[in-house]
Design a protein around this ligand. Structure first.
Ligand SMILES: NC(=O)c1ccc[n+]([C@@H]2O[C@H](COP(=O)([O-])OP(=O)(O)OC[C@H]3O[C@@H](n4cnc5c(N)ncnc54)[C@H](O)[C@@H]3O)[C@@H](O)[C@H]2O)c1
Length: 326
């Protein structure tokens, strides 16, 4: 079994944005074509507190080199105060010949990259063929920063965070990474909503705290954190998801909208369906909200790429005696 460390995963993913975007696009298409198996994620929560959780995402991805495995991802928001990232993750890949584990790898960077690439694919698909030039980001953490890497055409960025200090630190890093970028800090989320036609929401809010009042006509809202928008806002928009059964769970904003109305008719399309042309979105000037639950199949497709690259570069630590020898 190959153990692949944080720095090795980082080196493999650095500069691989195009390959990651292609993998993510292909995996959404495969998911729509029924070539993946993605059981419901298992949420482990702890007595007497609601902030921390660990989620298990098992998955199978078919195709020429089928793979199975699981991402085990912990979210401990208090880590930010310890100078650590909120999320940490481990991915196990299993052989489809023997079921035996092939690799154990650091998964937080894979998870962040697939989330950001999925956001960029959704932005390109929903906001039209031209590169996104202007975006507002609500929630100035690791995921939104990763999204910047996958939107190379950006020229204007508006930021809002409940912590002004985090918005300013994010803005300073963004200016350093992309010196031509015009970066502004908004005083309220409403100001950020009005500032651009594409919005990326990646907060740690667990209850709805905002609407899209004042949004530009046909605004594209990338609702990565899933629980920011009120159910009324969801119901007034055109809704695109990654997987209907997955995202209408766990008190996401779209789940709350389903609980309020008793049906799912407000979900108009899946991203995979739009990419394959098996579904279309209704026209009109209402906002388009993309709510991705986050498919384990994306993590595994990307982890398979990391394993292939690690083998080709001779990186990773081969642990020979991990299991019974053949
Ligand atoms: N859908 C998916 O596939 C997927 C994948 C990965 C992460 N996520 C979600 O993305 C979110 C962001 O992850 P991260 O790693 O960037 O977290 P992070 O902790 O690094 O950053 C979150 C930021 O949101 C800010 N924030 C909290 N509440 C806010 C509010 N009401 N308004 C504005 N800002 C607020 C915090 O101050 C913090 O700066 C998390 O909720 C995570 O669960 C979703």
């Amino acid at each position: 079994m190959l153990v692949i460390r944080h720095d090795e995963v980082r080196d493999i993913l650095r500069g691989a944005e195009q390959a990651v975007l292609e993998l993510v696009r292909d995996t959404y298409r495969e998911h729509d074509a029924g070539e993946t198996v993605v059981p419901h994620s298992t949420f482990l929560r702890f007595p007497g507190e609601s902030a921390n959780r660990i989620i298990g995402l098992p998955a199978f991805v078919g195709g020429e080199q089928p793979i199975a495995g699981i991402k085990w991802v912990a979210s401990f928001p208090g880590n930010l105060g310890r100078g650590l990232p909120r999320a940490s993750a481990t991915i196990v890949l299993n052989s489809m010949e023997t079921g035996r584990p092939l690799a154990l790898m650091e998964g937080a960077q894979i998870s962040a990259a697939r989330t950001a690439a999925a956001t960029a694919v959704a932005a390109q698909t929903l906001a039209g063929p031209d590169p996104v030039r202007s975006i507002s980001m609500i929630g100035c953490g690791l995921i939104n920063f990763e999204v910047l890497r996958f939107l190379p055409g950006l020229s204007a960025l508006t930021l809002f965070d409940v912590s002004r200090a985090r918005a300013e630190a994010f803005g300073a890093r963004a200016r350093q990474a992309l010196p031509a970028l015009d970066v502004r800090i908004a005083a309220t989320s409403a100001e950020a909503v009005a500032a651009a036609g594409v919005l990326s929401l990646a907060t740690t809010a667990i209850e709805p705290h905002m609407t899209l009042d004042g949004a530009r006509p046909g605004a594209v809202v990338l609702h990565i954190s899933l629980r920011d928008l009120t159910p009324e806002t969801v119901l007034a928009a055109r809704n695109v998801v990654d997987d209907v059964d997955h995202v209408l769970r766990e008190r996401t904003s779209v789940h709350l909208a389903e609980l309020a109305t008793g049906d799912r008719a407000f979900v108009h399309a899946t991203l995979g369906g739009l990419l394959r042309g098996t579904t279309t979105l209704p026209g009109g000037g209402s906002s388009i909200i993309f709510s991705p639950f986050g498919l384990g199949a994306l993590d595994l497709a990307l982890a398979r790429y990391v394993l292939e690259q690690a083998l080709a570069r001779n990186s990773g630590l081969a642990v020979e005696a991990f299991q019974q020898p053949v």
